[in-house]
Design a protein around this ligand. Sequence first.
Ligand SMILES: Cc1cc2nc3c(=O)[nH]c(=O)nc-3n(C[C@H](O)[C@H](O)[C@H](O)COP(=O)(O)O)c2cc1C
Length: 191
Amino acid sequence: MTRTASPSILSHIVNRWSPYAFDGSAVPQEDLDVIFEAAGLAASAFNYQPWRFAYTHKGDANFEAFLSALVPFNQNWAKDAGVLVYVVSDEFMRSDKGNNPNHSHSFDAGAAWANAALQALSMGYRTHGMSGVDFAKAAELLNVPEGFRVEMAFVIGKQGDVSQLSEMLQKREVISDRKPVSEIAFAGPFA
Ligand SMILES: Cc1cc2nc3c(=O)[nH]c(=O)nc-3n(C[C@H](O)[C@H](O)[C@H](O)COP(=O)(O)O)c2cc1C
């Protein structure tokens, strides 16, 4: 499945999409480290780098617990990915002089997730983001410190075969459309 887009758009941006079918294979730690390094190269306000990534490999001691904080719909397919990651952000810029609210903590963490998704794709992996999360449960399970926010979860893994999915998910294993540029970008203020 491929997307059509303007030919000058970077190929990884065009070819990234979010499958449901993952093949259950492991993601080597050295690959995961590269993906997180790429995530950390995102820009952020004052270069504060408010993102944190709490992860678990399929089969390790934390995997089932981390999986249990996803909504059941997401657990159903995310269980087959090699790695499950929670993106957490620091709501404050902390210094010796005190803690100031960071206006863009979520925004910056989103930029880091986007980098991770593109880097993973370039290494032959797929990613799928999730806000279908029991956020209170996730915060407790992850022992998230005060003043940090669980933003979303995502999985990383090798794409599986569509035939392994339920009929309902097979129907959703498609490339999605986008709003036209004219709807999302305009010269000047909102009309
Ligand atoms: C923050 C965020 C939350 C999402 N939550 C879910 C989710 O809970 N379950 C799910 O199946 N997909 C989820 N998605 C995937 C989106 O539905 C998907 O990215 C969107 O439909 C665009 O499709 P594409 O990623 O294949 O281009 C989420 C994506 C993002 C970025």
